[in-house]
Design a protein around this ligand. Structure first.
Ligand SMILES: C[S@@+](CC[C@H](N)C(=O)[O-])C[C@H]1O[C@@H](n2cnc3c(N)ncnc32)[C@H](O)[C@@H]1O
Length: 218
């Protein structure tokens, strides 16, 4: 099945709220556990989260590694508002900061110690821009963890995945999930993107029936 691109920024109020209210606790906690395993000795430092959405992952990460700092770059103003509320409610405003900007336009004040990103790549029209941003925002040798959806072979398979994992979610969330699956990349496409940017220390793996994970260092 060919990729069908979905809109880049999730800037609808209803759309952002539906995403923030959906239950991604398993996926997000698993993402954090992968990061902790990748960086066993990293207790301090500054992590960049590209497309941080409602900031659930930065909050989970800081709860496990309280001396890290996270900067989240997120282009959707309603999503940034929801993220800010969640960070304040968690009492972590001193640890997590937000930049409301497209990552393509973001210039880091200094290179980051680690880069993370979950579920952003499928939104990006040109994914090489994403991997280029990873390269230019990271310190040499910095750990990188990126996760996203695998594009299924057919629309029928995409519908089946939505039914399997989002049966109890809102109509908006189910529609967005379906569109995201159609807009996602295959692991082979991701491997080709990494090779094109010479990111030879980043490896792609398929970790379940709907996610690929890229892990390693720049
Ligand atoms: C599916 S959400 C994932 C959010 C978060 N990473 C998580 O796992 O909960 C993707 C997010 O990326 C944001 N986004 C899309 N394109 C972007 C860009 N070019 N720069 C920054 N954020 C972007 C969207 O607005 C949306 O909030």
């Amino acid at each position: 099945m060919q990729r069908i691109l979905e809109p880049e920024i999730m800037d609808g109020e209803e759309q952002a709220l539906a995403y923030a209210q959906a239950d991604f606790s398993r996926e997000n906690q698993s993402f954090v556990e992968h990061f902790l395993a990748l960086t066993p000795a990293m207790t301090t430092g500054h992590v960049l989260d590209l497309g941080c959405g409602p900031a659930d992952i930065p909050i989970r990460l800081i709860r496990r590694r309280p001396d890290l700092c996270v900067t989240g770059v997120e282009a959707s103003p309603p999503m940034v508002r929801l993220a800010k509320q969640a960070i304040e409610a968690a009492g972590l405003s001193d640890r997590i900061s937000l930049v409301c900007q497209r990552f393509q336009d973001y210039t880091p004040p200094e290179p980051f110690d680690a880069i993370i990103s979950n579920s952003l790549v499928h939104h990006v029209p040109n994914p090489l821009q994403f991997w280029y941003a990873v390269k230019r925002c990271a310190k040499p040798g910095a750990p990188v963890l990126v996760m996203d959806l695998v594009r299924p072979d057919s629309p029928e398979e995409a519908h089946a995945i939505v039914d399997r994992y989002a049966a109890s979610e809102s109509g908006q969330l189910r529609q967005d999930f379906y569109r995201s699956l159609l807009s996602a990349f295959t692991p082979d496409e991701i491997a080709a993107q990494l090779a094109e940017l010479n990111l030879t220390r980043l490896l792609v793996d398929v970790i379940d029936d709907r996610h690929w994970l890229v892990m390693g260092s720049v």
